[in-house]
Structure formats: structure tokens, C-alpha cells
Design a protein around this ligand. Structure first.
Ligand SMILES: Cc1cc2nc3c(=O)[nH]c(=O)nc-3n(C[C@H](O)[C@H](O)[C@H](O)COP(=O)(O)O)c2cc1C
Length: 321
């Protein structure tokens, strides 16, 4: 008898199968890449963050970020702004698109965003966070989740913010173990993830510096978190979601996947933009391969799919020889 799979955890009433999740990443976690990662095992799809004001004014480029396919469920729309009214209005506007969750970004450290009081800037205003989450939970039917950091530099109020959002009715917290300025050169602090897990009853997703497959179990063991979010290490290695490190993936599998990813990009964006946006992925896919500088340059300057595949074929021929 086939066994019914057991969910790893629930977000509100929605079961989540699996414990590794592609992080929301502006410019990377778009529909084509997200859905392919989901196919390989990423347990939840998070969109790139979308500015609330853009969603209210129905700006095409912002709304495009929220397109998804059914196979991605559970799908989370991530939004940001500094303003409570805008956030609530934007969330109400996008609710009819039927996301499974709406996630509030309280982690973005980009100066223009954080200094305006959005992203990690929201963490500096705990009372506003409480008001925001209370309103969102009250006015929306869809579960609300939060993505936070340790805090704003010296003000490391991740425990306070976690308690506040849980108390207000949020259904999940994802925490990146860095402060606003916490440079990428320093390791993420996983202890804080464990501390949050200890004080809340909603699921906690840990994030920061999961680089290889064994790190997933390591972070879970270290922190007790329910799931692990993977960002940079998934670029060029979506196979991390199926339990494989990059060196375990055969060259031919990488090649077939690149073609599939390119096709998905072209189907979503059209040929010119699809190829253009694919280039930053290509750099990561081919990084471990011993190719010449000329091939790399050629691959990164192709403008049609046919040209791209010819160069890719040449690279592979040379790898085999
Ligand atoms: C290129 C890039 C874009 C990102 N965009 C977002 C975003 O839109 N929303 C968000 O919450 N975090 C964003 N992040 C942060 C990641 O979700 C994640 O928290 C961070 O990369 C740490 O995880 P990692 O060590 O696995 O990369 C971004 C990170 C990168 C590298």
C-alpha cells in the first residue's frame, strides 16, 4: 500500500512537505526558477519581494513578480513597504490571486528601503509591527508570515519582534541570522534561530549560510527549526533541494537542466529578456566547469536560444575530450 506522506510542519492549516525552501531572492526567485526548484523539492515557493505601492497602482513589472503556477503551492507572496495602510491595501489587492500565505519582508538591508522604515527598518518600530500584523491578520483571510533578521545592528530585538508577530496572529517566522549590517563575510548566527524556536509556537524557518546538503540537518539539529531556507547556495545548484551537492550532479544533467531553465525563462519573459535574465544563472551553473574564458564570454553574449545552445554544445564537447 502506498504510504501517505507526513507533512514536516503546518503553516496555519496548510501542510508543508519537506524542510528545504528556496529563499526569496530579488532577480533570482522568479516563476521560472522557483517552479523548477519546487519541482526538485523546495518545500514552499516564496516570490521575490514586491513593493506594496507598486501592487496598489498595479504596475506591470511589480505584479509580474506574483505570477505563479499551481504546482508551486504552497506559494507565498512577499511584500514590503514602511506604511501600514499601504501594506494592508496591497495585501487586500493581491489576496484574490489566491496565494497560500502573504509574507512581510522585515529583512531587506538595502539602504533606500531600510532607511525608509521598510525591510529591516520595520524592526526598529516594534509598535508599528504589532499594529501592522494585527491589522493584516484581522483584515485578510490568508495566513500572514514574517521574514526577519537579528535586528538593526546593536538593536538585536529579534525575540521581541518574534513574540509580537506571533501574538498578533502570524503563522510562521523565517529568520536570517544576521543583523542589518552583518556582513556576508561573517558567518550567520544560528544560535538566534534556536532562541526564536524556543519562544514561539508557530513554525520557524532558519536562514543563513546553508551551503551544502549536510548543512540542512546541521541547522535543524543546532536550532530545532522546522525548515531551512537556502538562498545563495541554491543559485547554480537547485539540486540542493533534492539532496545533491553540485559536484554530485553529472555534467549532462546540468546541461539538460540549463536548457529546461532557459526554455522556462523564454516562455515567461520572451526570448530577448529571457536570455538576458538567464545569464546570471549561467555564470553559476558553469562556475565549477573547466571552460575557457572565450567560451564563457561567448555564452554570456548570445542573443538567441539557438546560438546559446551551439556554444553550450561546444563547451560540453571540450569537457568530454
Ligand atoms: C540576490 C539576492 C536577493 C535577495 N532578495 C531578497 C528578497 O527579495 N526578499 C527577502 O526576504 N530576502 C532577499 N534576500 C535575502 C535571502 O532571502 C536570504 O535571507 C539571504 O541570502 C541569506 O541566505 P543565504 O545565506 O542562504 O544566501 C536576497 C538575497 C540575495 C543574495
Amino acid at each position: 500500500m502506498p504510504q501517505t506522506p507526513i507533512p514536516n510542519f503546518y503553516v496555519d492549516k496548510i501542510p508543508v512537505y519537506g524542510d528545504a525552501i528556496l529563499a526569496p531572492m530579488m532577480g533570482f526567485s522568479d516563476l521560472p526558477y522557483r517552479s523548477l526548484c519546487r519541482e526538485l523539492g523546495s518545500a514552499i515557493s516564496y516570490t521575490e519581494f514586491a513593493r506594496a505601492e507598486g501592487l496598489i497602482h498595479n504596475m506591470k513589472r511589480v505584479s509580474e513578480k506574483l505570477e505563479y503556477i499551481e504546482e508551486e503551492r504552497p506559494i507565498t507572496f512577499q511584500i514590503y513597504t514602511h506604511d501600514i495602510d499601504y501594506m494592508v491595501k496591497a495585501a487586500l489587492n493581491i489576496q484574490p490571486l489566491r496565494p497560500d500565505f502573504i509574507d512581510i519582508n522585515m529583512g531587506c538591508p538595502t539602504k533606500a528601503i531600510a532607511n525608509s522604515g521598510a525591510g529591516v527598518g520595520l524592526m526598529r518600530t516594534p509598535i508599528k509591527v504589532a499594529r501592522l500584523f494585527k491589522r493584516l491578520v484581522k483584515e485578510l483571510d490568508v495566513p500572514i508570515t514574517a521574514k526577519i533578521r537579528i535586528g538593526w545592528d546593536d538593536c538585536q530585538n529579534y525575540k521581541l519582534i518574534s513574540r509580537i508577530v506571533e501574538e498578533a496572529g502570524a503563522s510562521l517566522i523565517a529568520i536570517h541570522g544576521r543583523t542589518r549590517e552583518g556582513g556576508r563575510e561573517r558567518d550567520a548566527n544560528w544560535d538566534v534561530i534556536g532562541e526564536v524556536k524556543q519562544i514561539v509556537n508557530i513554525p520557524v524557518i532558519g536562514n543563513g549560510d546553508v551551503k551544502v546538503v549536510t548543512d540542512i540537518e546541521k541547522m535543524k539539529k543546532h536550532t530545532g527549526c522546522d525548515g531551512v531556507m537556502i538562498g545563495r547556495a541554491a543559485i547554480g545548484n537547485p539540486w540542493i533541494f533534492s539532496g545533491k551537492d553540485r559536484e554530485e550532479v553529472a555534467f549532462e544533467e546540468v546541461r539538460a537542466f540549463m536548457e529546461k531553465h532557459l526554455d522556462a525563462n523564454i516562455a515567461f519573459y520572451g526570448e530577448a529578456l529571457g536570455i538576458n535574465l538567464f545569464r546570471k544563472h549561467v555564470v553559476q551553473y558553469i562556475a565549477p566547469m573547466k571552460t575557457t574564458r572565450r567560451y564563457r564570454r561567448d555564452l554570456l553574449t548570445r542573443e538567441t536560444k539557438e546560438e546559446f545552445l551551439v556554444i553550450l554544445g561546444q563547451i560540453y564537447e571540450n569537457l568530454v575530450k
